[in-house]
Design a protein around this ligand. Structure first.
Ligand code: NDP
Length: 226
């Protein structure tokens, strides 16, 4: 069966990704900052291995790459992310929060993708999926939340560059908007459940072809403007 690696797999969308891929019989490399406190993840049945990973920490990413050397990863799901500060306008922005948000939402996923590129290239499916956000779309910007929006816009550009750099290796790199999802980040009244969001993204992943490299998708399979 194929292998998926998921970042931020202890709760929210990442946990549901782990659940659904495991239920489908995949080998799941579920990563999180603190495996000792990931009870929900530990409760998932199937072929699930938990690995420690803080995407902000280069040494943590390097250690994971060493652990996984020589193992193929069909789908690398760069899911971990933070909101930063909700509602931030440029007038009252906190630059330290902004820098930390960029570290997690931009540098983290790029660092993980680059560190594990050989694992993805060695696989059959060769997919890198990134959980971005419609809030990162310049074409659909309605203003506000500059910290979170800009971190996801920057992620879009980084993935677009990565897609070009890895195209000759057969990698298909895509960004997803998972929907407004009922998680700690999305809040209790968000319209989309994590199972719906993840089922949609998994369906898109399953249908990807090399020509989709460097594209931006809604969870339901609709294309999104950068
Ligand atoms: P949650 O807040 O529920 O979960 C976030 C996950 O990311 C947690 O597992 C968290 O781990 C992990 N994480 C945060 N920082 C790091 C880090 N430095 N290293 C490793 N893991 C980290 O969010 P969601 O599940 O809702 O969101 C998942 C992704 O989807 C995010 O990238 C988010 O931006 C994106 N998204 C979500 C939307 C929504 O409506 N929910 C809408 C659009 C995009 P820990 O428990 O250790 O904090």
């Amino acid at each position: 069966m194929p292998t998926v690696l998921i970042t931020g797999a202890n709760r929210g969308i990442g946990l549901e990704l782990a659940r659904q891929y495991a239920a489908d019989g995949w080998r799941v490399l579920a990563t999180c900052r603190d495996p000792d406190r990931a009870a929900d993840l530990a409760g998932i049945g199937g072929n699930v291995e938990t690995h420690r990973l803080d995407v902000d920490d280069a040494s943590s990413v390097d250690a994971l790459a060493v652990d996984l050397k020589g193992q193929s990863i069909d789908v690398l799901f760069n899911n971990a992310g933070v909101i930063g500060k909700r509602g931030a306008s440029i007038a009252d922005v906190d630059y330290d929060v902004w820098a930390r948000t960029m570290a997690t939402n931009l540098f983290g996923p790029v660092r993980v993708a680059w560190a594990l590129r050989d694992n993805v290239q060695a696989s059959t499916l060769k997919v890198m999926a990134f959980t971005g956000s419609k809030m990162g779309s310049i074409g659909q910007n309605t203003g506000g939340n500059v910290i979170y929006r800009s971190s996801k816009t920057a992620l879009n550009m980084a993935v677009s560059c990565l897609a070009q750099e890895l195209e000759s290796k057969g990698v298909t790199a895509v960004v997803f908007h998972p929907g407004h999802v009922r998680t700690d980040m999305g809040g209790p009244t968000a319209p989309v459940t994590a199972p719906e969001s993840v089922a949609g993204m998994r369906k898109v992943v399953a249908g990807l072809v090399p020509g989709d490299n460097g594209t931006f998708w809604n969870y339901d399979g609709a294309p999104l403007p950068w």
